[in-house]
Design a protein around this ligand. Structure first.
Ligand SMILES: [Fe+2]
Ligand SMILES: [Fe+2]
Length: 150
């Protein structure tokens, strides 16, 4: 069974962002599975993917907030930065051979739930406005950040 079952209460109503958040939840479930199997190499791979994907998601979100003229984008960006520093630290600890997976998963779940439900949800009206106005931005941004358009 999954560690973290996606809950519709986490949806902010912007499909592209909801999809990215779901992907992060998938990474956490993959991490749980690899950790349960005591597969150190797999945990390493997943942590690398999780950090990379989260960095890309944050960059995408920050670009969207900037395009939308969201007034709190600077403070939102700072929250992202400190979170990335935090998970990179966990990745380093793992590379030193420490078993951090359980603690990381539990922190990620709490942090992401709070962040999505509060800070992310707050930019939605601004983002919807820009997404309605500049439909071409979304396609271009997805290609730029995620390459495959996913
Ligand atoms: Fe965010
Ligand atoms: Fe987000």
């Amino acid at each position: 069974m999954s560690y973290w079952v996606w809950d519709s209460a986490l949806e902010i109503g912007i499909d592209v962002i909801d999809g990215q958040h779901r992907r992060i939840v998938d990474y956490i479930n993959d991490l749980h599975e690899a950790h349960s199997n005591h597969d150190h190499d797999q945990v390493t791979q997943i942590l690398m993917g999780l950090v990379d994907y989260t960095v890309t998601h944050f960059a995408f979100e920050e670009d969207l907030m900037t395009q939308a003229g969201y007034p709190l984008s600077d403070s939102h960006k700072k929250v992202h930065e400190s979170f990335i520093a935090h998970i990179k630290n966990y990745k380093k600890e793992h590379e030193k051979g420490r078993d951090i997976a359980r603690k990381l998963m539990s922190e990620l779940q709490i942090w992401l739930t709070n962040h999505i439900k509060n800070e992310d949800r707050h930019y939605v009206p601004y983002a919807n406005e820009v997404l309605g106005r500049k439909k071409s931005w979304l396609k271009k941004a997805l290609g730029g950040f995620f390459g495959s358009g996913k």
